[in-house]
Write a protein that binds this ligand. Sequence first.
Ligand SMILES: Cc1cc2nc3c(=O)[nH]c(=O)nc-3n(C[C@H](O)[C@H](O)[C@H](O)COP(=O)(O)O)c2cc1C
Length: 142
Amino acid sequence: MKQVTVVYWSGTGNTELMAKAVAEGAKSAGATVKLLSVEDASPEEVLAADAIALGCPAMGDEVLEESFMDPFVEALEGQGIEGAALALFGSYDWGDGRWMREWEERITEHKAKVVGTLIIHNTPDEEGLAECRTLGEKLAAQ
Ligand SMILES: Cc1cc2nc3c(=O)[nH]c(=O)nc-3n(C[C@H](O)[C@H](O)[C@H](O)COP(=O)(O)O)c2cc1C
Protein backbone atom coordinates (compact mmCIF):
# COMPACT_ATOMS: atom_id res chain seq x y z
CA MET A 1 0.00 0.00 0.00
CA LYS A 2 1.31 3.47 -0.91
CA GLN A 3 2.05 6.02 1.81
CA VAL A 4 0.88 9.54 0.98
CA THR A 5 1.71 12.35 3.39
CA VAL A 6 -0.08 15.69 3.22
CA VAL A 7 1.52 18.63 5.07
CA TYR A 8 -0.08 22.05 5.18
CA TRP A 9 -0.09 25.49 6.74
CA SER A 10 -3.33 27.43 6.80
CA GLY A 11 -4.14 30.71 8.53
CA THR A 12 -7.89 30.93 7.95
CA GLY A 13 -8.77 27.37 6.95
CA ASN A 14 -8.96 27.49 3.13
CA THR A 15 -5.79 25.51 2.49
CA GLU A 16 -6.75 23.19 5.34
CA LEU A 17 -9.99 22.34 3.50
CA MET A 18 -7.91 21.63 0.40
CA ALA A 19 -5.52 19.44 2.42
CA LYS A 20 -8.37 17.38 3.83
CA ALA A 21 -9.79 16.82 0.34
CA VAL A 22 -6.36 15.83 -1.07
CA ALA A 23 -6.04 13.34 1.82
CA GLU A 24 -9.55 12.02 1.16
CA GLY A 25 -8.76 11.47 -2.52
CA ALA A 26 -5.55 9.60 -1.75
CA LYS A 27 -7.34 7.44 0.81
CA SER A 28 -10.19 6.66 -1.58
CA ALA A 29 -7.57 5.50 -4.11
CA GLY A 30 -6.22 3.00 -1.58
CA ALA A 31 -3.25 4.85 -0.05
CA THR A 32 -2.36 5.04 3.61
CA VAL A 33 -2.55 8.75 4.39
CA LYS A 34 -1.00 11.03 6.99
CA LEU A 35 -2.45 14.53 7.22
CA LEU A 36 -0.18 16.83 9.21
CA SER A 37 -0.10 20.49 10.07
CA VAL A 38 3.42 21.70 9.21
CA GLU A 39 4.05 22.52 12.87
CA ASP A 40 3.68 18.80 13.66
CA ALA A 41 5.66 17.43 10.72
CA SER A 42 9.29 16.34 10.60
CA PRO A 43 11.22 16.33 7.30
CA GLU A 44 12.46 12.76 7.90
CA GLU A 45 8.93 11.44 8.41
CA VAL A 46 7.63 13.27 5.35
CA LEU A 47 10.45 12.15 3.06
CA ALA A 48 9.76 8.52 3.97
CA ALA A 49 6.42 8.67 2.08
CA ASP A 50 5.93 7.39 -1.48
CA ALA A 51 4.28 10.69 -2.38
CA ILE A 52 4.03 14.04 -0.64
CA ALA A 53 1.59 16.93 -0.90
CA LEU A 54 2.56 20.34 0.48
CA GLY A 55 -0.09 23.00 0.96
CA CYS A 56 0.43 26.70 1.68
CA PRO A 57 -1.53 29.82 0.72
CA ALA A 58 -0.02 32.87 -0.96
CA MET A 59 1.34 35.00 1.87
CA GLY A 60 3.46 38.13 2.32
CA ASP A 61 3.96 39.43 -1.20
CA GLU A 62 3.54 36.21 -3.19
CA VAL A 63 5.64 34.07 -0.91
CA LEU A 64 5.21 31.01 1.30
CA GLU A 65 4.27 31.46 4.94
CA GLU A 66 7.60 32.42 6.48
CA SER A 67 7.56 31.10 10.05
CA PHE A 68 6.78 27.44 9.42
CA MET A 69 6.27 26.45 5.78
CA ASP A 70 9.22 28.20 4.17
CA PRO A 71 11.72 26.77 6.72
CA PHE A 72 10.09 23.36 6.36
CA VAL A 73 10.49 23.38 2.57
CA GLU A 74 14.09 24.49 3.06
CA ALA A 75 14.65 21.58 5.46
CA LEU A 76 13.19 19.14 2.93
CA GLU A 77 15.48 20.54 0.25
CA GLY A 78 18.43 20.24 2.64
CA GLN A 79 17.70 16.56 3.22
CA GLY A 80 17.38 15.88 -0.49
CA ILE A 81 14.12 15.84 -2.42
CA GLU A 82 15.65 14.59 -5.67
CA GLY A 83 13.12 12.30 -7.29
CA ALA A 84 10.51 12.73 -4.56
CA ALA A 85 6.95 12.70 -5.94
CA LEU A 86 5.49 15.99 -4.78
CA ALA A 87 2.26 17.90 -5.30
CA LEU A 88 1.84 21.53 -4.29
CA PHE A 89 -1.44 23.25 -3.50
CA GLY A 90 -2.82 26.31 -1.81
CA SER A 91 -5.37 29.07 -1.69
CA TYR A 92 -4.86 32.69 -2.76
CA ASP A 93 -6.85 35.89 -3.09
CA TRP A 94 -5.73 38.97 -5.02
CA GLY A 95 -2.64 37.66 -6.79
CA ASP A 96 -2.19 35.75 -10.04
CA GLY A 97 -0.63 32.63 -8.59
CA ARG A 98 2.96 33.85 -8.70
CA TRP A 99 3.78 32.27 -5.33
CA MET A 100 2.84 28.86 -6.72
CA ARG A 101 4.79 29.27 -9.97
CA GLU A 102 7.86 30.24 -7.95
CA TRP A 103 7.33 27.40 -5.49
CA GLU A 104 7.08 24.89 -8.34
CA GLU A 105 10.23 26.32 -9.93
CA ARG A 106 12.06 26.08 -6.62
CA ILE A 107 11.29 22.43 -6.02
CA THR A 108 11.90 21.57 -9.67
CA GLU A 109 15.38 23.09 -9.32
CA HIS A 110 15.88 20.63 -6.47
CA LYS A 111 14.92 17.86 -8.89
CA ALA A 112 11.72 16.75 -7.20
CA LYS A 113 9.14 15.19 -9.47
CA VAL A 114 6.13 17.52 -9.53
CA VAL A 115 3.02 15.36 -9.68
CA GLY A 116 0.72 18.37 -9.89
CA THR A 117 0.00 21.85 -8.62
CA LEU A 118 -3.39 23.23 -7.66
CA ILE A 119 -4.36 26.75 -6.67
CA ILE A 120 -7.84 27.77 -5.56
CA HIS A 121 -9.22 31.26 -5.18
CA ASN A 122 -10.18 31.76 -1.52
CA THR A 123 -12.46 29.03 -0.11
CA PRO A 124 -12.71 25.90 -2.26
CA ASP A 125 -16.20 25.19 -3.60
CA GLU A 126 -17.44 21.70 -4.50
CA GLU A 127 -15.65 21.81 -7.84
CA GLY A 128 -12.42 22.89 -6.16
CA LEU A 129 -12.70 20.15 -3.56
CA ALA A 130 -13.21 17.61 -6.35
CA GLU A 131 -9.98 18.87 -7.98
CA CYS A 132 -8.21 18.39 -4.64
CA ARG A 133 -9.51 14.82 -4.39
CA THR A 134 -8.29 14.12 -7.94
CA LEU A 135 -4.83 15.39 -6.97
CA GLY A 136 -4.89 13.02 -4.00
CA GLU A 137 -5.79 10.10 -6.29
CA LYS A 138 -2.84 11.00 -8.53
CA LEU A 139 -0.51 10.94 -5.53
CA ALA A 140 -1.78 7.53 -4.50
CA ALA A 141 -0.75 6.23 -7.93
CA GLN A 142 2.94 7.23 -7.51
C1 LIG B 1 -0.58 38.36 5.45
C2 LIG B 1 -1.28 37.89 4.21
C3 LIG B 1 -0.64 38.00 2.99
C4 LIG B 1 -1.26 37.58 1.82
N1 LIG B 1 -0.60 37.71 0.61
C5 LIG B 1 -1.22 37.31 -0.52
C6 LIG B 1 -0.56 37.43 -1.79
O1 LIG B 1 0.59 37.88 -1.88
N2 LIG B 1 -1.23 37.03 -2.90
C7 LIG B 1 -2.51 36.51 -2.85
O2 LIG B 1 -3.05 36.14 -3.88
N3 LIG B 1 -3.14 36.39 -1.66
C8 LIG B 1 -2.55 36.76 -0.51
N4 LIG B 1 -3.19 36.62 0.69
C9 LIG B 1 -4.52 36.03 0.72
C10 LIG B 1 -4.50 34.57 1.16
O3 LIG B 1 -3.63 33.82 0.32
C11 LIG B 1 -5.92 34.00 1.06
O4 LIG B 1 -6.74 34.69 1.98
C12 LIG B 1 -5.98 32.51 1.31
O5 LIG B 1 -7.30 32.07 1.05
C13 LIG B 1 -5.62 32.18 2.75
O6 LIG B 1 -5.58 30.78 2.87
P1 LIG B 1 -5.74 30.07 4.28
O7 LIG B 1 -7.21 30.20 4.69
O8 LIG B 1 -5.36 28.66 4.05
O9 LIG B 1 -4.85 30.78 5.24
C14 LIG B 1 -2.58 37.04 1.87
C15 LIG B 1 -3.22 36.94 3.11
C16 LIG B 1 -2.59 37.35 4.26
C17 LIG B 1 -3.32 37.21 5.58
